[in-house]
Design a protein around this ligand. Structure first.
Ligand SMILES: Cc1ncc(C[n+]2csc(CCOP(=O)(O)OP(=O)(O)O)c2C)c(N)n1
Ligand SMILES: [Mg+2]
Length: 299
């Protein structure tokens, strides 16, 4: 596949649907991701947010950081509430508004998974977005099933033992119309995927790798660097699932080592060479099912 330019701004509209002055931590990847996503989705969008950092970033009444309507819902119910909202709008004759469930990894991989699976299986017309900061960050950084192996979190003081759940394959296996990964250091790739998802009717799932300076332990001006290191090292592939196959949308340079990506974050900084090599191996192994394809990451 033709290599895409990673940082072309040509598709980025000047219109802002996410306003400054919001209460996210400085350098929050989830905040930058929402700003980008809304540039692709536009004003005719409604967002459903289960309990997460984004419950705070949206602002406490009467302040509000977004230029589109937003519904706060309980932790478990992102997909279910979005499905209900979609049905209500259709009953009112609105077929245009894009419904987006915007959940953290806890609200997607773990507690929100039942509703997510149901919505995917029923092929509900929505975009389910998981902004994955790889832990329950709003409550102090407890491990989730999206936390990578070896990560120090508040509930894994000796490093998480288990692998990251392969949710991308699980979503594809549900028969989702469109599944994609995205991350903010590659805005053109990011916007293309959101625009593509917006244009489709059916169940679409977008996974965003969302670096978190507070929880990952890196300087707050290095969020774009972390996002780029994850991709260029091969720790996070930029792929999409469409028409029954996985395609790589950006080929990494592999000039950065996964070990260096890990060591630039305090959540991994306690490990020695051998353990870091194991973590790196486990990080790439989990994507092999997505990237083994001839057109894939290593193809
Ligand atoms: C049923 C229930 N259990 C626990 C909580 C407390 N809680 C609020 S946000 C949150 C963490 C959410 O983690 P994630 O979905 O990864 O989003 P993040 O905070 O990382 O943005 C938790 C545990 C809750 N609101 N409801
Ligand atoms: Mg999280």
């Amino acid at each position: 596949m033709e290599q895409k330019k990673p940082r072309s701004p040509e598709m980025i509209t000047q219109e802002e649907l996410f306003h400054p002055g919001h209460p996210a931590c400085p350098g929050c990847g989830a905040a930058i991701s929402m700003r980008l996503a809304l540039k692709a989705l536009g004003k005719k969008t409604m967002i459903v947010i289960p309990a997460s950092c984004w419950s705070i970033i949206a602002g406490a009444h009467p302040t509000f950081s977004l230029g589109v309507p937003l519904l706060h819902v309980p932790f478990i119910s992102g997909a279910a509430a979005a499905a209900g909202l979609k049905a209500s709008l259709e009953a009112l004759g609105d077929k245009e508004t894009t419904i987006v469930a915007w959940a953290g990894d806890g609200g997607t991989y773990d507690i929100g998974f039942q509703g997510l699976s149901g919505a995917a299986e029923r092929k509900t017309d929505m975009i389910f977005v998981c902004y994955d900061n790889e832990a329950y960050m709003n409550t102090g950084g407890q491990r989730s099933s999206a936390t990578p192996p070896g990560t120090y979190t508040a509930t894994t003081p000796q490093g998480k033992g288990e692998d990251k759940k392969d949710l991308l394959s699980i979503m594809a296996d549900h028969g989702a119309l469109y599944v994609a990964t995205a991350t903010l250091a590659y805005p053109q790739d990011f916007l293309t995927k959101f625009k593509k998802a917006k244009a489709k009717k059916g169940f679409r799932f977008i996974h965003i790798l969302s670096p978190c300076p507070t929880g990952w332990g890196y300087p707050e001006d290095k969020t774009v660097t972390m996002s780029r290191m994850a991709v260029e090292s091969g720790a996070y592939p930029l792929v999409e699932w469409e028409g029954g196959e996985w395609n790589t949308t950006y080929r990494p340079s592999f000039q950065i080592k996964i070990k260096d990506y890990l060591l630039s974050q305090s959540r991994f900084a306690h490990w020695g060479e051998e353990k870091l090599a194991q973590i790196a191996q486990r990080a790439t192994h989990q994507w092999d099912r997505l990237t083994d394809h001839p057109k894939g990451l290593k193809g």
